[in-house]
Design a protein around this ligand. Sequence first.
Ligand SMILES: [Zn+2]
Length: 289
Amino acid sequence: MAGRGVGHYHSHMLDVATHSAPRSPVDGRDGEAFEILPGDAAGGLVLLCDHASNHVPPEYGALGLPPSEFGRHIAYDIGAEALTRGLAARFGIPAALSRFSRLLIDPNRGLDDPTLIMKLSDGAVVPGNARIDAAERERRIARFYRPYDDAVLSLIEAGLATGRVPTILSVHSFTPIWRGTPRPWHAGVLWDADPRFARPLIDGLAADPAMVIGDNEPYLGALKGDTLYRHATRRGIAHALLEVRQDLIADPAGVAEWVERVAKVLVDLDLGTSPHGIEHFGSLTGPVA
Ligand SMILES: [Zn+2]
């Protein structure tokens, strides 16, 4: 049943849809900086996981940080990779995952963003980033940032080539306590100006009264140059960024629960049969360029 569109899952129309829907398989492939999970490019949804990995190649000497820092959210989004893999497998849709720590370079930032390479992250000074020169910055862009960005682009292009514009879901996680204050949300949906996917995703998740779902919490989704700005806002492609509290997806049972929770909402949105078209909503950050 691999390759059915999102929305066909558990549908009474499953057989009809499975036999009539066009198929356009994306092959799995990987490089040092990215992994593409195989799936159906015509499924109506592609998944991104910008902060999947805490990996730093040995020649970077752990950026001068103690090993304990690499178990924290500053190095990667705990649980986000497993949630992405679970959703991709669930629907047979493709996904792009990074294979390097955001401490090296953050793929979810524009190249002119001052936090592209963090010198300080949640109280931790990053010695290996303190004095890097322009050449080292360019090396990291070429070795990590660009190949991942190209992988994201290739997934979207594969979707567009099927004639069915893919909606983009970017999967992240956030730390339950920030600067000493517990965060109240179980999950949040971040978005900028395009409400097509974000609004119903928020409503769908919040339909469970046990869930506290943030609307542009714990962060504002409008960030010029971030992954969704570059690949979705600029191109008029419907999108949302899902942030799940990391302690809720820190083990396989939690991941399984959240795969089910998110999958149920995605099925209700019927992205497989009724995907969004190209439509430009602009950005709260200013003119889109
Ligand atoms: Zn993240």
